[in-house]
Design a protein around this ligand. Structure first.
Ligand SMILES: [Zn+2]
Length: 85
């Protein structure tokens, strides 16, 4: 099985890029819950992550989709996730 990596950042003062292994989720449902938890942790206006199926490993990952977290979404997720605790 191939390792799925994501660009994590770069080492300050160098051109070296750091990668980390993406977390793999077995089901889309679990990936979606974790995406929501992630978004709530970062809050309104932060880059939004969504769950997607990976073509490489056939598991699910979460990743940024270019949108930002809106206040409406944030409040909706917060209400939804209360039922998972
Ligand atoms: Zn993958």
């Amino acid at each position: 099985m191939s390792v799925c990596e994501t660009k994590f950042g770069s080492i300050e003062g160098t051109n070296e890029v750091v990668f980390k292994n993406k977390i793999k989720y077995d089901t889309l449902d679990i990936a979606i819950i974790n995406a929501k938890k992630n978004n709530i942790r970062y809050g309104i206006g932060a880059p939004k992550v969504t769950a997607y199926k990976c073509a490489k490993c056939n598991k699910f990952h979460i990743g940024k989709n270019g949108n930002k977290i809106t206040e409406k979404e944030y409040k909706k997720w917060l209400t939804e996730l209360k039922s998972f605790r």
